[in-house]
Design a protein around this ligand. Structure first.
Ligand code: PHE
Length: 359
């Protein structure tokens, strides 16, 4: 299993840690340190198999490389996956996080992390007890920049505006039907942005409690999870897990564009071609969702104010998508291929010399 996974991955290093007290397995995948120290979130959840967890870590880490490379930020791509047992006791979690922090500390700056699916800014506080100074997004009370969710959501909102303008020249989202899949830390803020400009918001969610909060209390139109691919909307915004754009879903889509915050939305590269063939505009996930990582690293390392971070995120997402949509039109390539080309150009221009392990 590991042979084929590794040979299909063009990353640099992978660290595997066996957490004996809990039975958890920590996988830290360093995809590229060409532009700077590998940085990426910590995804913490049970997986059906260890193979799936490796695959997730490998693909997500590559996504981080391209995410930083498109706006030419000086950070590399990495990702950590903590495979936890289904029955992990709540009281065992903090110590697991502290052991994980110690591991990051031992890596001595090879890997920096922040939150991802299954972890929060409060978890970063705990990880930083042993992992400092390699942990982003601690809570403001602990000296960090806090949750990246609001900044990611702002970037997704900007991407939706650019996508809509690209489709029919409309500069306003008023009356535009947007389906937000997942009301987690990104989706819920995205909904607020969309409502503030008069968009018609539909949502989907797998968690019963969140569903009832948004459907029954806030009165939003709910789409059953299995109906998401065929829901009629202008923009489909995946903000949950990856792999949602695949052979089964693409032929059913009734949207005009896809622009959302989830990582790894395309199941395979061919999915981008299938979307193009169907005339659906795809805003590449790692371009759309750069906001959180960009803002918090800027706030914590360069001292950006909240306002400056927001301005930079909007401008950066807007500019990158304009370039990508244009390149895709000019060259007749998918938007995914266009984004990849821009990322690869920036990676190739990096100054690091031959003795670097990333080369
Ligand atoms: N997990 C987020 C992402 O995929 C956010 C993040 C990563 C934030 C790394 C800070 C540092 O981009």
């Amino acid at each position: 299993m590991i042979e084929s996974l590794l040979s299909n991955w063009d990353g640099e290093s992978v660290f595997v840690h066996n957490d004996r007290p809990t039975g958890a397995v920590v996988i830290i995948a360093i995809h590229s340190s060409r532009l700077g120290p590998a940085t990426g979130g910590t995804r913490m959840k049970p997986y059906a198999s260890l193979g799936e967890a490796f695959e997730d870590a490998f693909r997500l880490s590559a996504g981080m490389t391209y995410k930083f490379a498109v706006p030419d930020l000086d950070r590399g791509g990495g990702k950590a996956v903590i495979v936890v047992p289904e029955d992990l006791a709540a009281e065992d979690r903090p110590d697991l996080l502290r052991r994980y922090g110690a591991l990051i500390h031992q890596l001595g700056g090879l890997f920096y992390t922040g939150p991802d699916v299954g972890t929060t800014a409060a978890d970063m506080d705990v990880i930083a007890e042993t992992g400092h100074p390699y942990i982003f997004c601690r809570t403001p009370e602990c000296g960090g920049g806090g949750s990246p969710g609001p900044y990611t959501a702002l970037g997704v909102f900007t991407a939706i505006q650019v996508a809509q303008a690209n489709i029919d020249g409309r500069t306003s989202l008023e009356g535009c039907r947007v389906l937000v899949q997942g009301v987690g830390s990104v989706g819920r803020r995205l909904i607020e942005h969309l409502q503030s400009v008069g968009a018609e918001v539909l949502f989907s969610e797998v968690d019963a409690e969140l569903t009832s909060r948004y459907r029954d209390e806030k009165g939003l139109q709910f789409v059953e999870p299995e109906m998401v691919p065929s829901a009629k909307c202008d923009i489909y915004a995946p903000c949950a897990l990856g792999g949602v754009l695949n052979e089964g879903t693409i032929p059913r889509l009734k949207c005009r564009a896809v622009a959302g915050g989830a990582n790894n939305q395309l199941s395979r590269q061919e999915a981008a071609e299938q979307l193009m063939a169907r005339g659906i505009l795809y805003a590449p996930d790692y371009v759309v969702n750069v906001g959180g990582a960009m803002a918090i690293t800027g706030i914590e390392l360069q001292g950006w104010s909240e306002g400056e971070a927001k301005k930079r995120v909007s401008e950066s997402v807007r500019e990158a998508l304009f370039r990508i949509f244009q390149l895709s039109k000019d060259e007749g390539i998918t938007t995914d291929a266009a984004a990849f080309r821009i990322a690869e150009d920036n990676l190739a221009r990096s100054r690091l010399n031959d003795v670097d392990p990333s080369s």
